[in-house]
Write a protein that binds this ligand. Structure first.
Ligand code: NDP
Length: 459
């Protein structure tokens, strides 16, 4: 066989392998559409890896990496303010621990199900690997809806959730953090319950804690800031920047708020943001102080922004935000919020760059459309890794029993986002798709985990 024949035969074998394993994953996880979407996106990128490193096929890496090490499902019973017993379902997916303890947030949202938990945990494996820190991938949550619940109801639910969760986590085993519907308040309740049950104080068991009580400074800002740092690197490469750009950001929660703040600090004008009810458009630029007061402090709806800024417009239907003309769009709300139709509108309005702050906010069709039209695209796995990177810093600070200043954390975060960008670009170059950050992120993250899995043996 000539060298060309060997290359071709490795290519064929890699294609067959990826196809066969994807069919297996589909069969094993029927109807789990988000999980299948996330695996599909990774699989599409990995063909050249298996073609160049056929030993990964012999080690069954793809079959193993798509099967969670453990999925824990549990009952969460609690009592509402009227004394009625309520029951929700809790989850913790401990997907992969080859690089370190499972690490990933807890989500409280009525849409939570096994498919969403698995897709989030699966993505987390590669994202965590990209940060270069020793953390594995996991995710958890419940179909509990915090909206409309009293403070005490949230506390009782969260404590009941933490009672079961506590059996499965620990500072060297599994370290949860926040996500949609879970902030420092809920983390505080879970942390308190865990310590009561253990009869001690294990600071490193949760991250995203209040900085006054063992949390890291800069964690709250980290995902949003990190997304903007990553997009800034991507823009720089093309001689562009946030300065003078018009930006839209979906959502108005934790990630969105701090993406807006950092984009503004870098000189952008952010003209729109949203919640699940609708979006606001402020042609003069969103007033961040009003936004924080409404959403962070008072937990109000986004339409109330217009009470304080009557010139701003409120539109029902949150997906309408993508029709606002902009240079940069940052989807920071939830999965599959930006579909092909929205992508067409953005492209028609000459968008230059997309940065995913949320997990999997763009559908596969939307991503392909952006790439076809030469729109710069920063995938979530890489772009929103800043949150978990600072969570890992929180674990380090807890272990060392000291705390770093906001400036120190932010400097480290910037460095990490820059490194992630470079490793994604390098991987895309090395595997034949220069500039394709989707492929670069998937490959760079995958290689770290796959090499660790090979070194740990099969089992
Ligand atoms: P939050 O709960 O703080 O905020 C979510 C925001 O999105 C809310 O404003 C919510 O509005 C809004 N929203 C929900 N669905 C839609 C929709 N269809 N259209 C528009 N807005 C919507 O969550 P986070 O900011 O923490 O998380 C947002 C995303 O970022 C998630 O995908 C999460 O997994 C991801 N992420 C979060 C990290 C973190 O550190 N927090 C780390 C990495 C990723 P409403 O109040 O109406 O529900």
């Amino acid at each position: 066989m000539t060298r060309m024949d060997v290359v071709q035969s490795n290519k064929n074998r890699a294609n067959d392998y990826v196809h066969e394993v994807y069919e297996l994953v589909k069969k094993r996880n029927p109807d789990e559409k988000e999980f299948l979407q996330a695996t599909r996106e990774i699989f599409d990128s990995l063909r050249p890896v298996f073609s160049q490193h056929p030993h990964f096929i012999e080690h069954g890496i793809l079959e193993r990496i798509t099967e969670p090490e453990r999925i824990i499902t549990f009952r969460v019973a609690w009592e509402d303010d009227q004394g009625k017993v309520r029951v929700n379902r809790g989850y913790r997916v401990q997907f992969n621990s080859d690089l370190g303890p499972y690490k990933g947030g807890i989500r409280f949202h009525p849409s939570v199900n096994s498919s969403i938990m698995k897709f989030l945990a699966f993505e987390q494996i590669f994202k965590n690997a990209l940060t270069g820190q020793p953390i594995g991938g996991g995710k958890g949550g419940s179909d509990f809806d915090p909206k409309g619940k009293s403070e005490r109801e949230i506390m009782r639910f969260t404590q009941s959730f933490a009672t079961e969760l506590s059996r499965h986590i620990g500072p060297d085993r599994d370290v949860p953090a926040g996500d949609i519907g879970v902030g420092k308040r809920e983390i505080g309740y879970m942390f308190g319950m865990y310590n009561r049950l253990r009869g001690g104080y294990e600071a490193g068991v949760f991250t995203g804690k209040d900085p006054e009580h063992g949390g890291s400074l800069g964690r709250k800002e980290a995902t949003g800031y990190g997304t903007v740092y990553f997009v800034e690197e991507m823009l720089k490469e093309k001689g562009l920047s946030f300065k003078g750009s018009t930006v839209i950001v979906s959502g108005s929660g934790n990630v969105s708020t701090y993406a807006i703040e950092k984009a503004m600090q870098l000189g952008a004008k952010v003209v729109a943001c949203s919640d699940s009810g609708g979006y606001i458009y402020d042609k003069d630029g969103i007033n961040l102080e009003t936004l924080k007061q409404l959403k962070e402090v008072e937990n109000k709806r986004i339409w109330e922004y217009t009470k304080f800024h009557p010139h701003a417009e409120y539109h029902e239907d949150c997906s309408g935000i993508w029709s606002v003309p902009c240079d940069i769009a940052l989807p920071c709300a939830t999965q599959n919020e930006l579909d092909e139709i929205a992508a067409h509108t953005l492209v028609a309005n000459s968008v230059k760059a997309i940065g995913e702050g949320a997990n999997m906010p763009c559908t596969l069709e939307a991503i392909h459309l952006f790439q076809e039209h030469g729109v710069l695209f920063a995938p979530a796995k890489a772009a929103n890794a800043g949150g978990v990177a600072v969570s890992a810093m929180e674990m380090s600070q807890n272990s060392m029993r000291l705390s770093w200043s906001t400036e120190e954390v932010d400097e480290r975060l910037k460095g990490i986002m820059k490194n992630i960008y470079t490793s994604c670009m390098d991987a895309a170059d090395r595997y034949g798709r220069p500039g394709d950050l989707v492929m670069g992120a998937n490959i760079a993250g995958f290689l770290k985990v796959a090499n660790a899995m090979v070194s740990h043996g099969i089992g």
